[in-house]
Design a protein. Structure first.
Length: 225
């Protein structure tokens, strides 16, 4: 009931993750990323604790494959989980347990991995990876949105999706983008793309307001001097 992507921008060092599902508020459970460390997707019958555990290991300098191996030996009920990791060098690792739901698949590429379950077909993750790799000159958020659109166009889930989210991290300890469509009867990926279009021009201004509020740009809203 989920398809997702983890990705790295080799030019900037940003990490990102996006996910969409037929269930509500999917990003709250599945999306994990930390600046300088990497990103983790935990999905299928989700154990959200695997996200922070994976990020802690990535932050200690372990590669994606090493982290997956360590989680495989320590995590409970891993046969029900689907995991993706990307590390600081852009290396990826993917795992789908034997109890992964329905049609499931994964794909890996340069600085990117994608996976899904209860898919309409096994080609969905490959379409996500291909779209990400084809947009190498664009900003990471634009590439991730393009990748998720491609996954949807390739069939996405077997049924309609209702939620989506995108997480991007860079340099600071908080996400510079944490955009969510927790439920819609429309297209959550289209609504996520619209949120990104609104947020992208303001994203770095909000970082500046946190780090140097006296020099930060004005908000440009009524009542703002």
């Amino acid at each position: 009931m989920t398809f997702s992507v983890v990705a790295r921008c080799a030019r900037t060092g940003m990490f990102g993750m996006a996910v969409s599902s037929s269930s509500p508020a999917v990003a709250a459970r599945c999306a994990h990323a930390r600046a300088g460390a990497g990103a983790v997707a935990t999905q299928n019958i989700t154990d959200p604790s695997l996200g922070p555990k994976g990020l802690d290991l990535l932050a200690r300098g372990h590669g994606a494959a090493q982290v997956l191996e360590k989680l495989s030996t320590e995590a409970m009920h891993l046969e029900y989980r689907q995991l993706m990791l990307i590390d600081a060098a852009g290396h990826t690792a993917v795992f789908s347990g034997k109890h992964t739901l329905g049609t499931h698949a994964s794909a890996q590429g340069r600085d990117v991995a994608a996976a899904g379950n209860l898919l309409s077909g096994t080609g969905v993750p490959a379409a996500i990876v291909q779209a990400f790799e084809a947009t190498i000159d664009q900003d990471l958020g634009d590439r991730i949105i393009a990748a998720m659109r491609a996954g949807l166009a390739a069939g996405g889930e077997a049924g309609p999706v209702h939620s989506a989210g995108m997480l991007i991290v860079h340099r600071v300890s908080w996400p510079i983008a944490d955009l969510r469509v927790d439920w819609t009867e429309g297209c959550p990926i289209a609504e996520l793309a619209a949120l990104w279009t609104m947020w992208k021009p303001q994203m770095h201004d909000y970082v500046a307001r946190a780090l140097e509020p006296g020099k930060a740009p004005a908000y440009g809203v009524p009542g703002d001097p």
